[in-house]
Design a protein around this ligand. Sequence first.
Ligand SMILES: C[C@@](CO)(OP(=O)(O)O)[C@H](O)COP(=O)(O)OP(=O)(O)OC[C@H]1O[C@@H](n2ccc(N)nc2=O)[C@H](O)[C@@H]1O
Ligand SMILES: Nc1ncnc2c1ncn2[C@@H]1O[C@H](COP(=O)(O)OP(=O)(O)O)[C@@H](O)[C@H]1O
Length: 313
Amino acid sequence: MTQSAAAPAGTVTVRVPAKVNVQLSVGGLRPDGFHGLANVFLAVGLHDSVSATRADSPRLTVSGPDAALVPQDRTNLAARAARLLAQRHGIEPDVHLHIAKDIPVAGGMAGGSADAAGALLACDRLWGLNTPYEELLALCGELGSDVPFSLAGGAALGQGRGEVLTPLEVGGTFHWVFAVAEGGLSTPDVYRECDRLREAEGTGSSVTDVPEPAADEALLAALRAGDAQALAAALHNDLQPAALSLRPSLRETLAAGREAGALAALVSGSGPTCAFLTADADSAARTAHTLTASGTCRTARATTAPAPGATVV
Ligand SMILES: C[C@@](CO)(OP(=O)(O)O)[C@H](O)COP(=O)(O)OP(=O)(O)OC[C@H]1O[C@@H](n2ccc(N)nc2=O)[C@H](O)[C@@H]1O
Ligand SMILES: Nc1ncnc2c1ncn2[C@@H]1O[C@H](COP(=O)(O)OP(=O)(O)O)[C@@H](O)[C@H]1O
């Protein structure tokens, strides 16, 4: 049975970061259709904001240059998050969610996951539920593999399908540039292509063929030390060959960033956004400028990491 929600408030707005995977090691395909991961997430300073306002029925709006690319029906991850939270507390999901979208859509930067985590926290506060953090994290895990990290932010090792988090220490600020591509890539398609490439190489792609992935100790030490050179040497993404196979033009984007002076270049998660680690803020600004002018991406943006997780503003 449902009851009406208590503790009315005006509007609650939550700011949520995008992520880059500094290590994405992909194990074999599990019987449940997911891959076991050693996924080292780093939250970066590109954000969406999710606002929750009381309403008579569920409603969702999206603003920002890429708003048209975001589903505005019940399939939106933010709307799903609100329904899940309401259902767990036996209340109606009557809320107007507004997403101010700045994270590239279908870009391998967990924008949808960010909106889900943001909506969960915003609705929790709007409805006066004050769900314990560990319970919010568990709800995030039900919504998607990357959603718990969007709530947590900072840096973390994601195991299982990425949802089992261990927070990681970061000893400094890292300067990144993100080259945003024209159009997105589907995450399931990229995992499927990874499996296809592994089969074609003759290594096999199932859990019995692929060794269980583990975090790279040198990479974790580089994060702890805030050492950009060491982190650059350790960056690794097992989905990169699959993303490049589906979108060969990304090779030119990666090359353009390296030529512009980045310490290292890699595809962000499932892509097609490309990520460039640079030595400092000046180098990041120069790299972003050169990449934008190169014509190998739609735009390039400089920012820093780590960023805090979902935060009520
Ligand atoms: C690849 C990563 C890297 O952080 O993110 P993106 O770069 O796309 O943002 C993640 O693993 C994406 O996580 P997320 O986008 O939350 O995926 P989910 O909704 O849980 O799953 C979508 C689909 O991706 C595939 N999937 C996802 C996670 C995982 N560990 N193994 C998988 O094979 C499955 O086909 C699944 O049905
Ligand atoms: N709030 C949302 N923002 C963006 N995409 C969403 C959202 N809700 C559902 N989606 C769907 O999720 C897909 C993946 O989007 P996104 O999370 O931005 O990319 P990625 O999984 O590459 O990080 C989109 O193509 C879209 O259909």
